[in-house]
Design a protein around this ligand. Sequence first.
Ligand code: PLP
Length: 400
Amino acid sequence: MDGGIAPPPRRHDTAPRRIYLDNAATTWPKPESVWHAIDRYQRDNGASAGRGAYGHALEAQRVVMEARRGVARLLNAREPRRVVWAANCTDALNLAIHGYLRPGCHVVATENEHNSVLRPLRWWSDRCGVRVCFAPVDAAGFVRPSTLAGLLREDTRLVVVNHASNVTGALQPLAELAAVVAAHDRAALLVDAAQTLGQVPWELEADCRVMIAAAGHKSLLGPLGTGLLYIGPGLEDELLPTRQGGSGTDSERETPPDSLPERFEAGNLNVPALVGLIAGLDYIHQRGVPAIAAHHRELSNALRSGLSAIPGVRVLGPTTDLPSVGVVSCLIDGFDPHEMAAILDAEFGIETRAGLHCAPRIHGALGTRERGGAVRFSIGFATTSADIETTLDAVRAIAG
Ligand SMILES: Cc1ncc(COP(=O)(O)O)c(C=O)c1O
C-alpha cells in the first residue's frame, strides 16, 4: 500500500478481496470524488474558514456554506445556517444534550439509544437530578408511538429518539413519534440520525422544535471527523454553547456570538473534511436517496433472509417486511460473537463488528447482552450482491 497502513496477513487467503461490512461504524470506501476533493483542497487552498478576508480564506468560507446547503437540502430545511458542524455524531449529541438539559428536568429516551446518548444522559442523572426513562421496544426492535406517549410528563424537557438502530437496523416510525412529541407542546425532540441521514429519505418537518444529530462520515460519505447538529427554529435560544472560543466574528465580546451557526462553532473548522463531505453529498444528490435506500434495503434483506435460513443462526430485529436500514446482526449457536468476527476476518476477509456495539440497552432488551452481544454486518453504497453471497457462504461454512 502506498504510504498507507497494511492490514495483517490472512491465515488462508481464500477471499478475492476485502469485504468491508462495518459501514455502520464509518463508510468505506468513499466515492472517488471524496478523496480527490480533499487532496485538491489540501494542496491548493489549505486556508481556514471564517477568519481571513483574502481570496483563499473566502473560498474556504464558501465551501463551508456549500456543505451546510447540501445537508439542509437533505433535511428539506430552509435555513442552512441551522446546520452546525461537529466532530462526529457523538459530538453533536453531546452539544444537544449538555446544551439543552437543565438540572432536575425529565427526559424520555428509547432502549435503542447508543452510548453517545446514554452516557451524557447518565452524567446528568448522576450529577444534576435529571430523571430519565426509556421507552421499551417490541420484539422486532420498534418503539410504539403509544408507548412513547405514555411516558411523557408535564415537565418532560427532551425526548431523544434513535431513528435507526445500529444493532438491529430497525427504522423507527419517526414521523409518528415526532407527532407524539409535538402534541406535548413543551418538550423538544432530539433525533439520533447517525444511521439514517443520507441513507433513507428524510420525512420529518424541519421547521419545528427538533434537533437532528448525524455523522458526516457514515451514510453522508464524508471522511472521519465530520458530524452535524441541525437546530430547529427557536431552539437556539434555549441551547447553551458547550464550547467557547474564537469564532472569527464579534471578537470584542467576551461571550460567544448570538448568531447561528457561529454561536456553536468555536475554533477552526475541519475544512478539508467538509470539502470531502460536499463530494459525498453530491454523490448522494446525484444518485438520489430513494435509490440509495433501495440498494441498502435489497442487500440487507438478502442477508437477513439468507442468514435466517441457516440452522443455528439467530438474526436480531425486524423481519424483511418491516422497515430497516442496512444493518443486520446475528448470533451463531456455539460461537462467541468476537470469535465469529475474528474467523470471518481471518479466514474470509470479511470485516464486521462484534460485541455490544455501544448500545447495551437494546442488547439487554433482546437477551443478547449476556452472550457478549452479536456480530453486525453493515452495508455501504459500494457493497455488492456478490459480497452478500460470499458472506452467506462464509457463515454457512462456520455454522456447519
Ligand atoms: C445510532 C448511533 N448514534 C451515534 C453514533 C456515534 O457516531 P460517531 O461515531 O459519529 O460519533 C453511532 C455510531 O456508530 C450510532 O450508530
